[in-house]
Design a protein around this ligand. Structure first.
Ligand SMILES: [Zn+2]
Length: 155
């Protein structure tokens, strides 16, 4: 099955980062109207995640031309649980996608990362990735372990 791609409305913004952490393509815009949201979903075959009952009642969505899921809770953990169950999402322990901008990450050598990450991180980590778009560096540090523990609870 193809990995689902998402577009997230303002009411569930925090979901975007968590979906990216799980390796899923999830776009989020601070300021976007329903028309734009639907157009992007349609053009890029994204599933809309929303808390807006009016939006999911739109004809184009009700008729199935654009897919949308009504997110049932305000709580992040419950939202993630709903998505994991509904889409059978996999909580891959991979660093694949930039949490900030949703672009794909590329592996970089330890020497390349040297001047870009804190010295302690450089000493203790061996694998580094860089966002191909915004240039942010990633590694599996203590923060990463905490995130994985949370995902383990949910998935
Ligand atoms: Zn980025």
């Amino acid at each position: 099955m193809k990995r689902p791609k998402f577009i997230i409305d303002q009411m569930c913004g925090r979901l975007a980062k968590w979906l990216r952490l799980m390796g899923y393509d999830a776009v989020y815009f601070d300021d976007i109207n329903d028309e734009e949201l639907i157009n992007i979903a349609k053009r890029e075959e994204r599933i809309i995640l929303t808390r807006d009952t009016r939006l999911v009642k739109r004809k184009i969505i009700a008729n199935g031309y654009v897919k949308a899921l009504m997110v049932s809770s305000d709580m992040l953990d419950d939202q993630l649980k709903q998505l994991v169950n509904y889409f059978k999402l996999k909580c891959d322990k991979k660093l694949e996608r930039c949490i900030e901008c949703n672009s794909e990450l590329e592996s970089v050598s330890k020497s390349e990362a040297k001047s870009k990450v804190p010295p302690y991180v450089y000493r203790t980590q061996n694998k580094f990735c860089r966002c191909s778009s915004c240039g942010r560096y990633y590694w599996r540090g203590t923060h990463w372990e905490k995130i994985q523990a949370k995902l383990k609870d949910i998935c």
